[in-house]
Write a protein that binds this ligand. Sequence first.
Ligand code: SF4
Length: 440
Amino acid sequence: MKYHIVSYGCQMNDYDSELMAGLLEETGYEKVDRPEKADVIVVNTCCVRETAERKVWGLLGTLKRLKRRKPDLVIAVTGCLPQQNGAAEDIRRRFPHVDLVIGTHNRHELPRLVEEVRAAREPLCAVWREAGEVIEGLPVRRESKLSAWVPIMFGCDNFCTYCVVPYVRGRERSRRPEDIIREVETLVAQGYREVTLLGQNVNSYGRGLDPPTDFATLLERLDRVEGLWRIRYTTSHPRDFTQRLIDVIANSEKVCEHFHLPVQAGSNRILRRMHRGYTREDYLRLVDGIRAAVPEASITTDIMVGFPGETEEDFQDTLELVRQVQFDQAFTFVYNPRKGTPAARMPDQVPAEVKSRRIQELIAVQKEISLAKNRAEQGKVHEILVEGPSETDAARLAGRTRTNKTVVFEGAPAYIGTLVPVEIIEGKLTHLVGVVRNLR
Ligand code: SF4
C-alpha cells in the first residue's frame, strides 16, 4: 500500500508528518511522491492564518476528482484545522469525500483508524478534545539524514489574544529530559549532526516536570552529547528568555548563535492587547543582553501589522523598533482574525487597505536592513554545515552558518554532511554567496 503526505504550517507540523510517515511505514506502507499513486493521502493542516486554511480547502477540492477515479483511496485530514471546535464536522460536511478526520492529539492513531475506515467503508471523525500523555518511542521517518526535528514540549499556555495555537495544541506538557537526550544520542549514532529542538514556547520547557528542570539545563546536558555538532531551537517567547539561558548559550559549544525572538509589535499598547507579557523596553533590554553576551548573534523575529486597534502611531512604534534592533530577518504578517480567539471579538478591526499599506511599508524597511546585514558578512569566513545541493542552483552546494544564514557555494558533493570553512564574497537579500577557504 502506498501513502502520500501533504504538510502545511510550522516545524512542529513537519515533525508530525514525519511521525505519521514513520507510523504508516511501520505498518507496511510505502511513500510515493505523487497523490495519484497513493492509496492513502494525509493532509496535515495548519490554521494559524487564513492563507493556510485557504490552501487546505483548495487541495481538498482538487482531491474530489481523484477520489471519484479511485473510490478505495482513503483521504485523511489531520493537524490543527480539525482540532478547532466544530471544524472536524465542518470538514466532513463541506468535503464528504474526506474519509478520516483526526486532530493534533491523536496523530499516533492514524494507521489503526485508516484500517478501520477501509474495513468499514464508512467515514470517521475521531478528534480528541484533550491531549493525552506524551507518547515516547514512536517511529519517525525523517526527510533529512543530517538535521533532525526533536520536539521537547507540546502545547502553549500563553494565550496571546490573536493566537489559535493554545486551542489546537492544548496545554503545555514537556518530555522528560532523559527521553530527549536518549533520542538525540540515537540520532547522532545514526549520523545526524544537527538537531532543532521544537516547542511552541521552548523557554517554558520543564514546567510541571518532576524533578523540576528548565530549558537552560536541557541545553547544558545536550551540549555534552558526543558527536553532535549543532543545536538549534524554536520558538522562544521573549518574556521567558532569562539571563541564565543567555549565559548557557554564550558558554556552550554546540548551541548556535541564532536567536528567533518573535516581538510581534513595537507599541506597548498593542503588546498589552496581545497579552504578550513584555514591553518594548523589556524586549530591547533582552536584545542588548544577548548582543553583550553573544556579539556575533543573529536575531530574527515575527511581526504582525493590523492588530485590532492599531493606530498609525502604534505602527510607527513598530517601525521604529525594527530600525533600532536591526533584525537579520523578520517574518512579517497581516493580522487576520482566528475563530475563537479574543482578538477576533475585539472592536476596531483595522481596514484591509490600511493593513496592506502597513505591511508593504514594514517589508520595505526590513528588506534594507536584511540586505545591509548580509552585505556586512562579506569577507568573513563562516563554518558551514553542508546540507546538499542549493535549491536555487543545483550546480552549487548550500548550507547554513551557525547564525542560520544560508550560504551557496561551489564544492564537491563529498562536502555534504561535513563542516566546511567558507569565505563570504557577496551578501544578497535572502542568502550569502561564498567560496571554500583552505580546508585543513
Ligand atoms: S506564545 Fe503566543 S503566539 Fe506563540 S504559540 Fe503560544 S499563544 Fe501562540
